[in-house]
Design a protein around this ligand. Structure first.
Ligand code: ATP
Ligand code: MG
Length: 268
């Protein structure tokens, strides 16, 4: 039984004790890569069924520290899927209009519709992470948000959405190496911002904020997965496998044809 890295509701844990290294769970990179490709094939198949069925919805939430691998994860899992059935949304610093509404407003407008898979690159969770660490709003405002998020996710799952939440867990050492690689390669400069270095100084505060939100927002209806993400090949494998397992449980079916088509032969 492979490790799922799923958190359990109400069970305490320390984020620092959770692994960032995937090597220990799957020492063989080459097999992992071929397993990943097989899962991706299955994913493409299941996505096609979900879209054709047009009833259920899947929401995938990705959170990570900078250079944690959200972009790479999205690229690797969506390769080959029918783009019509998948929507990716990146949540940046909120606009003036977004700030004039409650924090879930911009999220709710883009949750997946029937038959769709929605992927969130950052999410509602920024409002208890960056916002908390940098005191963008007072505690009296962010503290109730854990429960507000849980209730919001309950509404979504009660109305036919399955939710998967992945935290890509990297070590500070790995982040340092990825930042350096971005600095050393002119083609990666666009991915780097000096703000990333500023945020890196708050690593421990971020870990504390992540730990609390993972603890408080792991619910029976929308659990968090803490994915060891220092090795991309392991990260890609576990995430794709988890999505495939979930879609298999959702078991989308191609709809029955409107009439019996078996005897029809097109003659001209
Ligand atoms: P990423 O780092 O996700 O790959 P990016 O570097 O292309 O994206 P950024 O301009 O860094 O894009 O956009 C994300 C930034 O917006 C992050 O610093 C993130 O913390 C911030 N952000 C997202 N949501 C919020 C929010 N609700 N309040 C404040 N800041 C937010
Ligand atoms: Mg960034």
């Amino acid at each position: 039984m492979p490790h799922t890295h799923q958190l359990e509701p109400e069970r305490p844990f320390h984020l620092l004790d959770l692994p960032t290294q995937g090597k220990q769970f799957h020492p063989d990179r080459e097999t992992a890569e071929s397993e990943f490709k097989a899962y991706r094939k299955e994913f493409i198949n299941l996505q096609s069924r979900l879209y054709a069925e047009g009833k259920q919805k899947l929401l995938i939430v990705l959170q990570a520290m900078d250079a944690g691998g959200k972009d790479g994860t999205i690229r690797s899992i969506t390769r080959g899927v029918n783009p019509q059935g998948v929507r990716i949304h990146s949540f940046k610093v909120p606009s003036k209009e977004e700030l004039a509404h409650d924090f879930l407003w911009r999220i709710h407008t883009v949750v997946p519709a029937k038959g769709m898979i929605g992927i969130f690159n950052r999410s509602q969770y920024e409002d208890v992470l960056v916002v908390r660490v940098h005191n963008i709003v007072p505690e009296s405002v962010w503290q109730p948000r854990y429960e507000q998020i849980n209730q919001f996710e309950k509404l979504l799952t009660d109305t036919g959405t399955t939710i998967l939440k992945f935290f890509l867990h990297i070590s500070p050492q790995e982040q340092k190496e990825r930042f350096q690689a971005r600095l050393d390669d002119p083609r990666k400069h666009w991915k780097f911002s000096v703000e990333d270095l500023e945020k890196r100084k708050y690593w421990n505060d971020y870990m504390a904020a992540y730990e609390e939100m993972l603890q408080r927002c792991t619910t029976p209806w929308a659990p968090w997965y803490v994915i060891p993400a220092d090795q991309k090949w392991y990260r890609n494998l576990v995430i794709t496998r988890t999505i495939v397992d979930t879609l298999n449980r959702m078991d989308p079916r191609y709809p029955e044809p409107e009439a019996d088509l078996s005897g029809i032969i097109i003659t001209e």
